[in-house]
Design a protein around this ligand. Structure first.
Ligand code: GLU
Length: 291
């Protein structure tokens, strides 16, 4: 493995860190250490409608310090990078790969219901494409009028341009991304000027990430990320999607389950070592978390 291995831990401050975050952070840290590489921290706080982000970020730093988890280099903060994402969006827009979508959520729901068996991917229903080919004068008029809209990527056009690029999952091998299978995902909207998909590929490239270790719940999303890397001309890291923690009924631990937050374990008197040992024990049981 080259010495330049770089991984990252990229939590979204939507609540307190929980044991699933600890697993993701340790996987990234350990992989980097095993390769004498570095592990960076990135705060994925692009959702500016979340009012308590700052509070969760502060608590996150306390949790990380309590667990003595350290990261290398500068911390990247996505809410400080909207200009960079806007540039990437402009590049896509100038190449005719984006279009404004004026549909509301309930309109999309109704369109899908009307279609009967609407196409969907493992990430949910695909946008039916209502605004994909609106006449340019209608688009212009609606934009000039200030109608609320999201910017979607035209995956048919993307696929014409880049075909079906490959990416490598370190556990499952070579994967083939078929862009149209993921539909015209939203890359920006007024209250969220960059979507997770856009910000994550721009930032993995900006931080020079060579190996993305993250939970297997993001496996499907990686296809979208691969398509975006291809159209933006960004390097393609290797991916390692790890298993998720479950409760003893085999159900995935939910973020909203406060009892498994690191802060609540700390408050209940567990030491950092006990929490780490519990995580190791869970991994040896196939991911079943018991405390
Ligand atoms: N921010 C995402 C989360 O907290 C992780 C994104 C990623 O690892 O790519 O679930």
């Amino acid at each position: 493995m080259p010495e330049t291995v770089r991984t990252r831990f990229a939590p979204t401050p939507s609540g307190p860190l929980h044991v699933g975050h600890l697993l993701a952070a340790l996987q990234a840290r350990r992989f980097a250490d095993a390769c004498s590489g570095s592990c960076l921290l990135r705060i994925e706080d692009i959702d500016v409608t979340r009012t308590r982000s700052r509070e969760w970020v502060e608590l996150m730093f306390e949790d990380l310090a309590w667990l003595e988890l350290r990261f290398d280099g500068e911390v990247m903060v996505q809410s400080e990078r909207f200009g960079v994402y806007a540039e990437a969006l402009d590049r896509l827009r100038n190449r005719g790969l984006l279009y404004p979508c004026f549909c509301t959520r309930s309109e999309i729901k109704a369109q899908i219901a009307e279609m009967g068996r609407a196409p969907h991917s493992s990430l949910g229903y695909l946008y039916p494409g209502t605004c994909r080919n609106l006449p340019p004068d209608v688009v212009e008029e609606r934009l000039a009028r200030g109608d609320a809209h999201a910017w979607r990527i035209n995956m048919e056009r993307v696929q014409e341009l880049i075909g079906c690029p490959e990416w490598e999952d370190m556990q499952r091998g070579i994967q083939r991304c078929v862009p149209v299978e993921y539909g015209d995902v939203v890359l920006a909207r007024k209250e969220m000027p960059a979507s997770y998909h856009l910000a994550v590929v721009v930032d993995d490239a900006a931080q020079g990430i060579t190996h993305v270790t993250r939970g297997e719940d993001l496996f499907e999303a990686t296809h979208i990320h691969r398509a975006l890397q291809a159209v933006l001309g960004l390097p393609v890291p290797l991916y390692n999607h790890h298993g998720l923690l479950k409760d003893n009924a085999g159900k995935r631990l939910a973020k909203r389950d406060g009892a498994r937050s690191l802060a609540s374990l700390r408050a209940a008197g567990y030491s950092p070592q006990q929490v780490r040992d519990s995580l190791e024990a869970a991994l040896s049981r196939g991911g079943i978390w018991l405390i």
